[in-house]
Write a protein that binds this ligand. Structure first.
Ligand code: PMP
Length: 439
């Protein structure tokens, strides 16, 4: 089916009319080739951002309800200043001593459970997951991996093999078993038991096939699967994986750094302490900074055998940016903001949902909200076309969102954590209008 968690410009229908936008679209296609996709039927040409707002080439203001990388807001002055200061002073790599990486690592580890006591740096979430797979494989001596059915864990060869959401020509590996995500909308009360049963059968299958148990790796918010923060399902599944000799990797690339509004990390709500934790996207508000945190006993074999080096990972500018992000999250109380504003957003979306049978479910935590579009609420049949139309209608109303889920029918609303109550009003006014116009 192919990467349903992006609203890509396979849907671009040549509706962009102004010559400048046409020129850019054509130049991109010519120079970058067809693997690159654009959002929306009418792609957006952005030139500036501030907080949760973006501005296009004509100076029009957009509400950003999608971009989690810039989690402390577009171009936050404290992050910009920290980057600038460090770039003016020194930027090298991790084979020289520098205070920045040590100070940041201590701060980061202080946000994690005490058992997770070491951290290594990379530049992307993909690299962090790739590293975590290698670490887990050397610790367990096994290759078998369990992932959810529409998981996305990145773009290296090793992690595309564990990312079924990519689909198309990218096959998942023979050492990989998929389990259904905990679909709270369709599975009702049974969701945790079903998830556990899926993991137990995958464990047995991997053993029988001779792959053994390397790891269970999940996005603890099940983002690309369709956003399922509730209920907590992971603890028994992780116990089953550990009993079979495997480890648990929490992919925090999406939920990490306070997005859920109640904790810094998505795994917290599941009451588990992971063996390895990967993170990226919002870590440095747009600079390519990612990491893998580990229990030192799990890391030990890898660390003994492999002299890890990542040219850009953990460099002084990256660490300065990442430190400034933690400063802003703390000083502006952004986790609490995500909780408060996210609740207001979900409440209002739930109210709008009562006015149309086309919205089957509104779910989420903090500033990560999924709105599931259905053709019929009783049948809960996914409405891919309706979601597609709504995303494009919102774009025309200058509010940016996308979709996720196996059927591409779950609206993904995931704004920067600085989203305000007036942004919620703006969002909901346009959303109610777009839903009404959908008919
Ligand atoms: N894991 C998850 C859960 C992700 O959502 C992504 C990116 N969408 C990645 C890993 C890969 O991160 P990156 O694009 O930085 O390589």
């Amino acid at each position: 089916m192919g990467f349903s968690n992006i609203m890509d410009s396979n849907s671009y229908t040549g509706l962009a009319t102004d010559p400048d936008t046409e020129r850019l679209i054509e130049a991109r296609a010519h120079l970058l080739g067809p693997a690159y996709r654009l959002f929306y039927e009418r792609p957006v040409h952005l030139v500036r951002g501030s907080g949760s707002h973006l501005f296009d080439a004509d100076g029009e203001r957009y509400l950003d309800a999608y971009n989690n990388v810039v989690s402390v807001g577009h171009c936050h002055p404290r992050v910009v200043a920290a980057i600038t200061r460090q770039a003016e002073t020194l930027n090298t790599h991790t084979r020289y001593l520098h205070d920045g990486i040590v100070a940041y690592s201590q701060r980061l580890l202080d946000t994690l459970p005490a058992e997770v006591d070491q951290v290594m740096y990379a530049c992307t979430g993909s690299e962090a997951n790739d590293l975590a797979l290698r670490v887990a494989q050397m610790y367990t001596g096994a290759r078998g991996v369990i992932v959810t059915r529409d998981a996305y864990h990145g773009n290296t060869e090793a992690v595309t093999a564990i990312s079924p959401s990519i689909g198309g020509a990218t096959a998942i590996g023979p050492h990989v078993r998929v389990v259904a995500a905990p679909d709270s909308y369709r599975s009702g009360q049974d969701v945790a038991a079903r998830f556990l049963a899926g993991v137990e059968s995958a464990v047995a299958d991997l053993k029988a096939a001779g792959h053994g148990m390397n790891c269970l790796i999940v996005d603890t918010f099940f983002s690309s699967d369709g956003i399922y923060p509730d209920p907590a399902v992971l603890a028994p599944a992780v116990a089953a994986v550990r009993a079979a000799g495997g480890v648990f990797i929490a992919d925090e690339v999406q939920p990490g750094f306070g997005r859920t509004g109640e904790a810094m990390w998505g795994f917290t709500r599941h009451g588990v302490v992971p063996d390895l934790i990967t993170m990226g996207k919002p870590m440095a508000n747009g600079l390519p900074v990612a990491a893998m945190a580990a229990r030192s006993e799990v890391l030990e074999t890898f660390a003994r055998e492999v002299p890890y080096f990542n040219t850009f990972g953990g460099n002084p500018v990256s660490m300065a940016a990442a430190g400034a992000v933690l400063d802003v999250i703390e000083d502006e109380d952004l986790m609490a903001n995500a909780g408060r504003v996210g609740t207001a957003l979900r409440d209002e979306l739930s109210r709008i949902a009562t006015e149309t049978p086309r919205i089957g479910d509104v779910r989420g935590a903090g500033l990560y909200v999924g709105v599931e579009m259905v053709t019929d609420p009783d049948l809960k049949a996914p409405d891919r076309a309706g979601a597609h139309d709504l995303v494009n209608a919102m774009r025309d109303r200058k509010v940016l969102i996308s979709v996720c889920g196996a059927d591409g029918n779950v609206l993904k609303v995931r704004p920067p954590l600085v989203f305000s109550m007036s942004d919620v009003d703006w969002f909901c006014t346009e959303f109610a209008g777009a839903v009404a116009a959908l008919g």
